[in-house]
Design a protein around this ligand. Structure first.
Ligand SMILES: [Fe+2]
Ligand SMILES: [Fe+2]
Length: 177
């Protein structure tokens, strides 16, 4: 428990310059998985990656790790309304990187985190260990969010129909989300 408190203090310190610009607030407009917004998802990915960086026996550039993770899905549209959802999976890291370059002064490492977070759906692998960590954290958090949404839907409505829908969704996107 102590490490979670330590992580939250560090996260607040490292994320403040990005969060206080207010630009990330735009992510609250868009749903990511289930009821989870892009903002919630991005914060969860950044916090999870930061926690892993604190316990793994490697050195990580934690400031850039958090900034890159916060901006990894900074694509600024509702992907549920995109005609070809699969193309969103491939294209959105580049859209997010271009938006981040426009709105923030990002480093090459932060840009690599954003551009490569969909590996292996996008074939070029992450270049830095921070990028690898965010790629893994993203898949972990996305899976958790999808299963949370599934559990909620089963509790609140037609369980078989929702189960079938969610399984189709998971099969189509897992582990690429
Ligand atoms: Fe993404
Ligand atoms: Fe993501």
């Amino acid at each position: 428990m102590k490490i979670l408190i330590k992580r939250d203090v560090l996260f607040q310190h490292l994320s403040e310059p990005v969060l206080k610009t207010g630009l990330l607030e735009q992510l609250k407009e868009f749903k990511q998985h289930g009821k989870c917004t892009c903002y919630d998802h991005s914060v969860a990915v950044a916090k999870t990656a930061l926690l892993w960086s604190m316990v793994l026996p490697f050195r990580f550039k934690q400031k850039q790790l958090v900034r890159g993770a916060l901006l990894h899905d900074y694509f600024l549209y509702d992907w549920h309304h995109v005609k070809l959802e699969k193309l969103h999976g491939i294209a959105h890291p580049h859209t997010a990187a271009e938006n981040a370059r426009r709105d923030f002064d990002i480093t090459p490492l932060e840009e690599n985190i954003i551009r490569r977070h969909m590996f292996p759906l996008t074939p070029i692998p992450p270049k830095y260990r921070e990028s690898v960590l965010v790629t893994l954290s993203d898949k972990y958090c996305a899976t958790k969010e999808v299963f949370t949404a599934l559990a909620h839907r089963i509790r609140t409505g037609r369980p078989v129909a929702h189960l079938a829908n969610m399984l189709a969704f998971i099969i189509a996107l897992f582990p690429w989300t």
